[in-house]
Design a protein around this ligand. Structure first.
Ligand SMILES: [Fe+2]
Ligand SMILES: [Fe+2]
Length: 128
């Protein structure tokens, strides 16, 4: 499958819950890409909604985790803004799913490896 974004260990941040949720997001995105390839419009709409709902859930879990571990407030605010901007952008692509998927390509991998990766490092260095 040419567009498959294989989940791999370089995306792990070291928190089992967050890592599981990221894997679920990537799997849903893979399904969405398959539906795009197959021009399965019925499945696409369901997958778009599924991705968005799961992203909202995941972001709130991740933000709660940052608060629990007393993540520095300026970094927390920056991270929350990235999540909020991302959701707004996805909403704006609700009828352009090729763009929706392309945006994920750029944003999701970069955000998980960089911004979410910092949470993993913080948790390791600042245990409760
Ligand atoms: Fe995040
Ligand atoms: Fe995340």
């Amino acid at each position: 499958m040419p567009n498959k974004t294989t989940w791999n260990s370089s995306l792990l941040i070291g928190d089992p819950q967050v890592d599981k949720q990221h894997e679920e997001l990537f799997n849903t995105w893979d399904e969405l890409k398959s539906a795009l390839e197959n021009k399965d419009t019925f499945a696409l709409e369901g997958l778009r909604v599924k991705f968005l709902k799961y992203a909202v859930f995941h972001f709130s879990e991740e933000e709660a985790l940052m608060e629990t571990y007393r993540y520095p407030s300026s970094q927390l605010e920056h991270h929350q803004k990235e999540h909020a901007d991302f959701l707004l952008k996805l909403e704006s692509y609700s009828s352009e799913l090729e763009k929706f998927s392309q945006y994920l390509e750029n944003w999701l991998i970069h955000h998980v490896k960089n911004e979410d990766g910092k949470i993993g490092t913080w948790i390791k260095d600042n245990p409760l």
